[in-house]
Design a protein around this ligand. Structure first.
Ligand SMILES: [Zn+2]
Length: 254
């Protein structure tokens, strides 16, 4: 199951088509699997460049200038491995649900910005782990553009400081050890507890607290569909489990 996809059965795709057709208020919960066909590496895959350019934990980032420099060096090295990534068929399928007026939100664990680039409006995209396509000042929350940060880093070799307050500037992602963003979690809880269909797509559903969200939807009466390459701990709670190529399945159904 790790290197070959089972071809999705017609029954499974038909059932997904029916569930989507009958839903009025859909939430998609997405993980790395929706972006792998776009060339964004999955942290969990063997040989992943994430393991070479391992992100620096939040406490280390805060503790030393040297760690901040190293964090930025790895961040730019990692970005270079997928800088040509474009939204894929899965992103396009969810954008199509939005166009039909039945998508409440996309709750994502991904930091690759591809849901926004696929045309979803920002208010529909809830980023639990932040967004790696820009940076923020940890002192005053001012947004900083990566191109500026990179130019400065390459010129001086120093970790960037905020021009407004002098605070450290960090990629707008949620690092290991950094608290989950409260506003995003609150919006995600609100969305999943009110939807009538939750599509869990490309997530192994093991990282907490995000992995609880599909269960909350199910408990509140939504139908739960899990589309992922590998089995997940929540498969037994799902109305439908599809172990299929994500881009292929979603483009055929949506
Ligand atoms: Zn600042």
């Amino acid at each position: 199951m790790t290197d070959r996809f089972l071809p999705p059965s017609h029954d499974g795709l038909d059932r997904l088509r029916d569930l989507v057709a009958g839903a009025r208020d859909i939430v998609a919960f997405t993980g790395a699997g929706i972006s792998t066909e776009c060339g964004v590496p999955d942290f969990r895959s063997p040989g992943s460049p994430w393991l070479v350019h391992k992100p620096i934990a939040y406490q280390s980032f805060m503790a030393s200038e040297q760690a901040r420099r190293e964090a930025w060096r790895r961040k730019f090295a990692m970005d270079d491995t997928y800088r040509h990534a474009e939204p894929g068929r899965g992103h396009a399928a969810l954008a199509a649900l939005h166009a039909r007026g039945v998508l409440r939100a996309v709750v994502t664990q991904n930091i690759d910005n591809l849901h926004l680039r696929s045309g979803l409006p920002p208010e529909k995209v809830i980023e639990l782990h932040g967004n790696g396509s820009y940076a923020v000042c940890l002192g005053c929350d001012k947004r900083h553009e990566l191109a500026d940060v990179r130019a400065s880093f390459e010129r001086t070799g120093e970790a960037p400081r905020c021009d407004a307050c002098g605070g450290p500037v960090k990629s707008a992602t949620i690092s290991f050890g950094q608290p989950m963003p409260e506003d995003a979690m609150r919006r995600a809880m609100h969305a999943v507890s009110r939807c009538d269909l939750l599509l869990a797509i490309g997530s192994s559903l093991v990282v907490q607290p995000a992995a609880r969200l599909p269960l909350i939807a199910k408990t509140e009466g939504a139908a739960l569909v899990i589309l992922n390459r590998d089995p997940t701990p929540l498969d037994g709670f799902a109305d439908l489990v599809l172990r299929a190529d994500i881009g292929d399945a979603l483009s055929r159904v949506l």
